[in-house]
Design a protein around this ligand. Structure first.
Ligand code: SF4
Ligand code: SF4
Length: 484
């Protein structure tokens, strides 16, 4: 397997490792880290990816800032078990909906991977986007192109190189702080974040530790760990071989067209050679250090840099572009590509079913959730007016995005009424939950065999969604003249 570690411009010949012990493209044979110096190939796909990448960076920054119905567009408030997506807030009590949402997201990934391979990794993953379009460009700006940087890294540390490196890491640090804050804002919201940032540090040690840890991890990842996140850590990469088949879209070299590869020399006999001129431009540009000509590999993140690099070479040698291209294994073998195949149909059908169940559950979701329990103590009290009183505790949860005032109505038994202890008004803010103690008074004649079934309805003044109803067993005398 070819293992590149070269710079830009007129690079040294990449070291070729043919040893069977060469397991990972990012490691030397003795297990040491092989630093990558991928050259930049500014082709058509790179320009499109840069556009998509920056649009996604803007979106990533904006989502916790944009307010919809008074809440951030996306807020994953784990501390309070509230998960907001574009105006819809799911709570811990929405277990089924949250589970359905997670399964739907998972199935979407599975479905998209079966169809389009690692398009997400190359075009949408924050790891790729921030590394390729934020951190590496700064590095190139301050330390020069890859060949120069490699020479600097391998030589003695001179004063100018030291200062350039220091400036680079300082800028990386500032960006990492911003990135870490944006990331944390998804979990706590910017309003809390700003309050913590502007408050006295002694009151928010937890916040400072969390931010220090997150910033360190971001910095460590983008300044040092880099491609190893994709080749060693990311579990999605490990699932590729299971999720994809021979018709999935991949970035691939066309050996039928390229082989036998060989360098073109002036006046030399070219007969019998394929289109690959063995220039290694595709290898030098690969951020994970693989040679795409060795076939589909787990380390390939689908970044399309090898396509851009090879297309530029093909233009120079006046051959058609696309020796490396988006294709599928079957298409490379000149078999008819199939989009609708069993795997895609099964994943697609499962996804459609999940989306339908999720949408159905969402539309039937009640705007207020209510539970009732008996308050410990006497099971019931006989009142002087002949009624029987049960003390019940209602837990009322306003699941809407607006404040509302609720009342509890007793629909059964006939003549029953609800007396809220304390403030008769059950006012709840958006997403707020309250325990409300009540006396439920019902005529003694309604009880038979020591109990009767109470039926309650919780009505909101704003009349948002359906008013939930629930039953609860009321205890009372065994006969209409009975006592406690
Ligand atoms: S860039 Fe193209 S021509 Fe050059 S080695 Fe790679 S596949 Fe062959
Ligand atoms: S093989 Fe090509 S698409 Fe895959 S990671 Fe390397 S440069 Fe990117």
């Amino acid at each position: 397997m070819s293992q590149p570690s070269t710079g830009h411009g007129a690079p040294a010949e990449p070291e070729i490792l043919e040893s069977p012990e060469a397991v990972l493209s990012t490691l030397h044979k003795d297990g040491r880290r092989r630093w990558m110096y991928p050259t930049l190939s500014e082709g058509a796909l790179w320009r499109r990816r840069r556009l998509v990448g920056w649009a996604l960076i803007v979106l990533f920054v904006a989502l916790p800032i944009i307010q919809i119905k008074g809440k951030p567009a996306v807020l994953l408030d784990i501390l309070h078990s509230e998960f907001t997506f574009f105006g819809l807030t799911l709570y811990a009590t929405d277990t089924i909906l949250l589970m359905l949402l997670m399964i739907t997201i998972l199935l979407s990934v599975v479905f998209a991977t079966a169809l389009m391979g690692r398009v997400w990794c190359g075009w949408g993953c924050p790891q790729t986007i921030y590394l390729e379009f934020v951190y590496r460009p700064i590095e190139r700006l301050l330390e020069g192109r890859e060949s120069r940087r490699q020479r600097q890294d391998e030589g003695d540390l001179s004063a100018p190189v030291f200062w350039r490196k220091l400036a680079k890491y300082l800028i990386f640090f500032v960006i990492s702080i911003g990135l870490a804050h944006t990331f944390v804002a998804y979990f706590v919201g910017w309003s809390d974040l700003i309050a913590w940032m502007t408050g006295p540090p002694t009151q928010h040690w937890g916040f400072f530790l969390m931010m220090a840890l997150t910033t360190s991890l971001v910095m460590l990842d983008f300044a040092w760990f880099r491609e190893q996140m994709c080749t060693i850590v990311c579990p999605y990469a490990r699932l590729q071989s299971v999720l994809m088949d021979r018709d999935s879209l991949i970035v691939s070299y066309d050996p039928g067209r390229g082989e036998p590869r060989g360098r073109r020399r002036k006046g030399a006999e070219e007969a019998g050679l394929g289109d690959c001129v063995d220039c290694l431009a595709c290898v030098r540009t690969c951020p994970t250090g693989i040679d795409i000509r060795d076939g589909l590999q787990m380390e390939c993140v689908g970044c399309t840099q090898c396509i851009d690099a090879c297309d530029a070479i093909m233009a120079k040698v006046e051959k058609p572009a696309g020796l490396i291209r988006y294709t599928s294994e079957n298409a490379l073998e000149r078999k008819t590509p199939r989009i609708l195949r069993p795997r895609v149909m099964i994943y697609g059908a499962l996804l459609a079913v999940m989306v339908a169940i999720f949408a159905g559950s969402l539309s039937g979701r009640q705007s207020v959730e209510v539970n009732v329990t008996r308050v410990p103590g006497a099971p019931f009290v006989l009142l002087p007016d002949g009624n029987v009183a049960n003390r019940l505790r209602f837990r009322v949860h306003n699941r809407t995005g607006q404040r509302d005032i609720y009342r509890i109505e007793a629909l059964a038994p006939e003549g029953a009424r609800v007396k809220v202890i304390g403030s008769p008004e059950i006012a709840l803010g958006a997403g707020e939950m309250k325990h409300v103690d009540t006396w439920i008074e019902a005529p003694a004649g309604a009880f038979s065999g020591g109990s009767t079934l109470g039926h309650f309805k919780i009505v909101g003044a704003a009349e948002v969604g359906e008013s939930p109803e629930l039953d609860f067993k009321l205890l009372g005398p065994f006969g209409s003249q009975g006592g406690r």
